[in-house]
Design a protein around this ligand. Sequence first.
Ligand SMILES: [Zn+2]
Length: 187
Amino acid sequence: MSPPLESCPALVLNADFRPLSYFPLSLWSWQESIKAVFLDRVNIVSHYEHVVRSPSFEMQLPSVIALKEYVASARRPAFTRFNVFLRDRFCCQYCGSAFPTHELTFDHVVPRSKGGRTSWTNVVTACSCCNLTKGSFMPRECGMFPLTTPFQPTAFQLQENGRAFPPGFLHASWRDFLYWDSELDAT
Ligand SMILES: [Zn+2]
């Protein structure tokens, strides 16, 4: 029994055979995949049992395709909670411990009350406990300095960090993906 075509997307790999993107996972509809095959833009890596037919051709639906030409990810990663946590590998930047995502929050290194901005270079992942302890102190006032100076990551750095986690771990984080993926208010 064949699944409906709509539930047969293809995973799109870059020319280096890594997913084109992890967040969200790069998936193309079966129509897009077939079009790319006909335009000779992709190699078929794997396919479904499902066969599509027209009067002039028949082919098994691709389930994994790889781009023939490498696409550099030049796009700057979005400034979202998920990406901040991913940059910091889901570890509190004050105590260094890893926490399940629902126990993580983020901290302004220079507190907002002291003019700190909500930006890549002033926001770090923190556990609730450290976040509470730091409160609205400057780092030197409470002796709490982030383990890594916050920075604007590249898409590549995030991808690399993502690869360190089992898919299930990240998948669990996708349950509230809309929440994760809403851009932080960069003020
Ligand atoms: Zn902590």
